[in-house]
Ligand binder design. Structure first.
Ligand code: HEM
Length: 222
């Protein structure tokens, strides 16, 4: 079976490093919240704080993880500027047909192709490039929210900002995290639970996908 290279080793390391750090940051950050704001309840908050040696230990750990996250990104960009630039160009480019794809795909996913067609939904999807429009939307979201999380996190961690501005940073930090989490749930569903996307999942380990998968799912991938 002919294979096509999809993700270089550096890209795969970047993706899994980012995924691991994002999840560690999410679960450590959730432990910083108390009362009505605590997403997993006060029991979780108390348990994570105990593990980290108290609230200030957990905050220190969260900041260190944030610095490691920034370090991974910086190293990747420094060593792979061309790949990073082409990734950004790809996810931020919306081509003719992409918005139609984004409108039609959810009905197909929710109802199945045959039922969607029977109910009068258009089920022919415009051909997609290296990433389909759903992947690009998540890419745009995770990059924009990632930069926002780092910027607001740095402002809060350094403590130099005036209280009013720092308060806004806290709110924006939570919103950026919540939006990424919402996108991530869809990302996890698409990559882990949809059988036809299995070659994409395998490619995040092996690097390549079968040629016929590439032709069928990413016909405009040059
Ligand atoms: C931990 C579980 C995760 C799994 C199993 C997973 C899986 C994957 C796979 C298989 C791809 C490649 C899709 C393809 O090339 O066709 C991918 C791409 C990507 N992942 Fe993840 N991922 C995970 C976590 C994350 C996290 C936490 C983020 C960011 C917050 C993230 C951001 C991205 C981005 C931006 C892409 C490129 C665009 C896209 O394919 O949507 N991933 N992921």
């Amino acid at each position: 079976m002919n294979k096509r290279m999809r993700h270089s080793l550096a890209d795969r390391c970047m993706h899994w490093g980012n995924a691991l750090l994002w999840l560690l940051l999410f679960f450590s950050g959730a432990g910083l919240l108390q009362g009505g704001l605590a997403p997993f309840g006060d029991g979780y908050t108390a348990a994570v704080r105990k593990l980290a040696g108290g609230g200030s230990g957990l905050l220190r750990l969260h900041i260190i993880l944030g610095c490691v996250w920034m370090g991974i990104f910086s190293l990747y960009i420094a060593l792979n500027a061309k790949s990073a630039a082409s990734f950004l160009r790809e996810i931020f480019s919306v081509r003719p047909g992409d918005l139609i794809w984004l409108r039609r795909k959810p009905a197909i996913m929710l109802l199945g192709e045959h039922r969607a067609a029977a109910l009068g939904f258009e089920t022919k999807l415009p051909p997609q490039g290296f990433y389909n429009m759903g992947q690009k939307a998540f890419g745009m979201l995770s990059v924009t929210a990632g930069v926002t999380l780092v910027a607001t996190g740095l402002i809060m961690a350094t403590g130099f900002a005036p209280p009013g501005f720092a308060g806004w940073c806290v709110t924006i930090h939570y919103i950026a995290c919540g939006l990424t989490l919402a996108g991530l749930l869809v990302h996890l569903y698409m990559t882990l639970a949809v059988p036809e996307e299995r070659p994409g999942l395998k490619s995040m380990f092996s690097g390549s996908v079968p040629e016929d998968y590439a032709k069928h799912h990413h016909a405009n991938w040059e």
